[in-house]
Design a protein around this ligand. Structure first.
Ligand code: 5GP
Ligand code: MN
Length: 336
């Protein structure tokens, strides 16, 4: 399909993260290196500024800003490669446009249960990241020699962000061979970790400290940590997209906490994020109550209603998931 098509669109999910942007931009640089002239990255809405360092980020077309231009690119494409999502609704309004397109389609993803029609589907939930899967596909197609520093930087970014700096989902030793190959191609691991993960603005750092110091609630019997942030609280710290990235992970560092929930009052919905340890299925909670899903231990959803309603639903349903808490954990006692 790559050989037969010149107009190629690469696309990913709404609120793109490092793995979504890394996989589409990694493929973008590879396709350019193959000699494809009309390759376009089209994304549902803008990426956080922490990803501005990714090579060619400025060439990306954003559907929430230029929807007719983006629709034209999608409609004129001969091939659409969709990365890091498993259902069209994960693309927000852009999803209707990509779904309606009748050209060749390829899906590359690591979420459970792909629900997308495509000529070829690469779906492997055992992958640390879509970027890892993209790397393997590139290598299997015999294109490894064409991977340049730009492509390597993008692909390594997704592997780093989805594994939280090689701390989750990365016990497969092959990941470290991929890491080695990408560094050999010129990717700078330390730089990527600084830019994509550690880098934080003064306001964002203060917002996180505020959230952890004043908004974190631990439900000891349910092994659950909960943080909510309202529009008012966010605006006190001049909230920008991406400022709460990673916040939901912090409470998991408390021994005995099994899962962590973060609810943020966005302009159109309450954005829910969950993370867990010990195979506790936060994807079920997101599916059952928050119109979402995701991975077993990293999931999210969107709630239409008030922040208080959203929080109350969590408080009410929490007990229903106690049965997934592994036995034999030490007692969790939070002294305040
Ligand atoms: P995050 O908490 O970083 O926003 O999302 C973590 C993971 O949860 C994502 O990689 C994605 O798999 C899943 N996820 C996040 N938001 C949604 C959502 O609204 N719907 C679904 N189905 N999955 C989501
Ligand atoms: Mn991913």
């Amino acid at each position: 399909m790559i050989n037969k098509n010149d107009k190629i669109v690469l696309t990913c999910h709404v609120r793109p993260d490092g793995d979504a942007m890394g996989s589409v931009l990694g493929l973008y640089h590879l396709l350019k290196a193959i000699g494809k002239k009309e390759v376009n990255v089209v994304i549902p809405d803008s990426a956080p500024h922490t990803l501005d360092f990714l090579p060619a980020m400025k060439d990306v077309a954003v559907n929430s800003k230029y929807d007719s231009y983006c629709a034209r690119l999608v409609n004129e494409a001969g091939l659409i490669i969709m990365c890091d999502f498993n259902a069209y609704y994960r693309q927000d309004k852009l999803g209707c446009v990509t779904q309606a397109a009748s050209c060749d389609k390829v899906l590359i993803d690591h979420h459970l249960g792909p629900d997308i029609d495509a000529n070829v589907i690469f779906s492997d939930p055992s992958m640390s990241s879509t970027c890892e899967l993209v790397f393997r596909i590139i290598a299997s197609c015999g294109y490894f020699g064409l991977v340049n520093k730009e492509a390597a930087t993008c692909l390594l970014t997704g592997i780093i962000t989805d594994t939280q700096n090689f701390t989750v989902n990365c016990n497969n030793p092959e990941i470290y061979e991929i890491l080695m190959r990408l560094i050999e191609k010129g990717a700078d691991k330390n730089y990527i970790i600084n830019e994509a993960v550690k880098s934080v603005s003064y306001n964002a750092l203060r917002l996180r400290c505020f959230a952890l110091a004043n908004k974190l609630q631990i439900f000891e019997r349910n092994r659950c940590a909960l943080i909510t942030l309202s529009q008012d609280e966010l605006s006190q710290y001049n909230y920008q997209r991406g400022d709460t990235e990673g916040l939901v992970n912090e409470p998991l560092n408390i021994p005995g906490v099994v899962y962590s929930v973060f609810m943020r009052e966005d302009p159109n919905c309450i954005k829910v994020s969950m993370r867990s340890k010990f195979d506790f299925p936060v994807n079920l909670i997101c599916q059952d109550h928050f119109n979402g899903g995701g991975h077993l231990m990293a999931s999210g959803g969107e709630f239409l209603g008030s922040l208080e309603e959203c929080r109350n639903i969590m408080l009410e349903c929490m007990k229903d998931y106690d049965r997934y808490i592994p036995s034999g954990l030490p007692r969790l006692v939070i002294k305040s």
